[in-house]
Design a protein around this ligand. Structure first.
Ligand code: FES
Length: 512
């Protein structure tokens, strides 16, 4: 395994995107807390930086705050496929939102794609961007009907696609589609380019700055951060889940996706983006980093906190070895994405929040295009321009869930404080066999605790009750994190927040 790690990410495993990348530094000292910024953008991934560059270049005075560092979250862990098709296929989009809705969705996907390309040209971003054909193939009759739906839906919305006989895959398939003009890039190099463009336009980035919440004081939004308070006329939460409990918790569900990058013994690397139709599907592409080819194979997705990360990697590796002559496994990592309840992303004014507080979530597996178009839509909304996507992607399009307050109440029942907050580890049988560098939720005196044995054999114990809304976290043995199965909050082995919607760490429990 490669251990070089130049920029951090939200998990213990390294992705190839972190290697050798030096992101321009933090500008926190340039922040003027006494200023009222036109827009505070929370989150330094593709959505946040796309919006930030657009707004700053229009003359708005903006600031980007990230709880960690640029590229720490999902953009730093994506497999970076850029497509003209989407996980919600255009036929599904038409049946949920009508023909016009499906056309609009296709326009959003394609406009997001074009925005990436135009940013690369405009800001001369060197990010390994390459155009490749894309292939999707079906191996069974059931998958064939899905493939036919994909084809039919795409033709109806005018996205070019064709049936093809010859797919660059060793897998036996029945029928396949070809999508010309797909693309791939190095996502962190792209972010670095956006960051440089933003700073050149006068933008300010505050890393390691957690925005805990926003209040409205006489028409000005006050964002309370870990160290300070920022004043802004608008706030964009480009964090998938806005902090604390809100309607997005019910509209988008967190999933983990896994990627394994291998070197092959031969040169059988496909010069294309290739997808099967299994559930969950596999996605394959080749990327050259530092002159070395890597085959990237992704898939084995499951809901956060519900699956077995170790098995997910084992399944992926078995899948690759079945079809390719693997010389070595170079990287394996996982990343989080959010599946929307009805198939469309949620981009716009955050329901039940003060005017001017915006959010973006539910990109499914299409975060590069939808994150980019979200940046554009949100910059339009901040600028008070109309956006043709505003209504279709509005986070308020689903009627508020009646059980909202009930949900909070139900979970509050579980959100106990650990009263007997001192216990003797030696007396707990279940911890005796816990291997080093492993975690487990165990019961002590009828209460659950999250216990982790470090590499030296020392036990560390946390309250396992997620500080967002009270679910019990689950151990992720691959990324060495505690993952919440409810809305995807994640914490490191010390309880520090890695991923929202929570803003509060898991409290440590004293042990004798
Ligand atoms: Fe909502 Fe944990 S993320 S309860």
């Amino acid at each position: 395994m490669t251990t070089t790690n130049n920029i951090p990410r939200d998990g213990r495993l390294n992705s190839p995107w972190q290697k050798g990348i030096l992101i321009p530094g933090d500008d926190k000292k340039k922040v003027r807390p006494e200023n009222t910024y036109d827009c505070l953008i929370v989150g330094g991934g593709i959505t946040g930086l796309t919006a930030a560059v657009l707004l700053q270049n229009e003359g708005y005075n903006t600031i980007v705050a990230d709880a960690n560092t640029i590229g720490f979250g999902t953009t730093g862990g994506t497999s970076a496929h850029i497509n003209t098709f989407a996980d919600t296929n255009y036929k599904e989009a038409a049946s949920a939102f009508g023909e016009e809705g499906a056309k609009l969705f296709a326009e959003a996907i394609n406009e997001g794609f074009d925005l990436i390309r135009s940013n690369i040209d405009k800001y001369k971003i060197d990010c390994d961007f390459e155009t490749k054909p894309g292939f999707v193939y079906a191996e069974t009759d059931k998958e064939l009907s899905f493939l036919e739906d994909m084809f039919e839906g795409a033709v109806k919305v005018g996205v070019p696609v064709e049936y093809i006989e010859d797919v660059p895959t060793p897998v036996k398939y029945i029928k396949a589609l070809k999508w010309d003009g797909q693309a791939q890039f190095h996502p962190v190099k792209y972010l670095k380019g956006l960051q440089e463009a933003y700073i050149a336009a006068g933008g300010v980035i505050a890393e390691n700055t957690l925005v805990e919440g926003v209040t409205n004081e006489d028409g000005v939004l006050i964002a309370k951060t870990s160290e300070n308070a920022y004043r802004a006329r608008n706030v964009i939460y480009a964090t998938h889940m806005p902090p604390n409990i809100n309607v997005i918790n019910f509209e988008a569900a967190p999933y983990r996706s896994y990627v394994v990058a291998v070197k092959l013994k031969s040169d059988a690397y496909p010069d294309a983006l290739v997808y099967d139709c299994q559930e969950p599907y596999h996605y394959i592409r080749t990327h050259v980093i530092d002159g070395e080819k890597l085959l990237l194979v992704g898939g084995a997705d499951h809901k956060t906190g519900h699956g077995d990360p170790e098995k997910a990697f084992a399944d992926l590796e078995e899948y690759i070895r079945k079809y390719y002559d693997v010389a070595s496994v170079e990287y394996q990592w996982s990343s989080q994405y959010y599946i929307p309840a009805d198939g469309f992303p949620y981009i716009g004014q955050l329901p039940f929040a003060a005017d001017g507080i915006f959010c973006a979530s539910g990109y499914n597996g299409n975060g590069m295009m939808l994150g980019s178009i979200a940046g554009k839509i949100l910059s339009d909304l901040v600028s008070k321009r109309s956006s043709k996507y505003e209504k279709a992607f509005s986070p308020a399009r689903i009627k508020p869930i009646d059980s909202f307050t009930e949900f909070v109440k139900e979970n509050a029942d579980v959100a106990y404080r650990f009263v007997a907050d001192r216990f003797n580890v030696d007396e707990i049988d279940t911890l005796k066999d816990l291997p080093n560098d492993t975690g487990k939720v165990v019961e002590v005196d009828g209460k659950k605790v999250a216990a982790y044995r470090d590499e030296q054999g020392k036990i560390h114990v946390l309250n396992p009750v997620c500080t967002h809304a009270g679910c019990i976290v689950a151990w992720n043995g691959e990324e060495k994190s505690w993952d919440c199965p409810c809305h995807g909050a994640r914490y490191d082995i010390n309880g520090k927040v890695l991923t929202g919607p929570t803003t509060r760490d898991l409290p440590a429990i004293n042990i004798a």
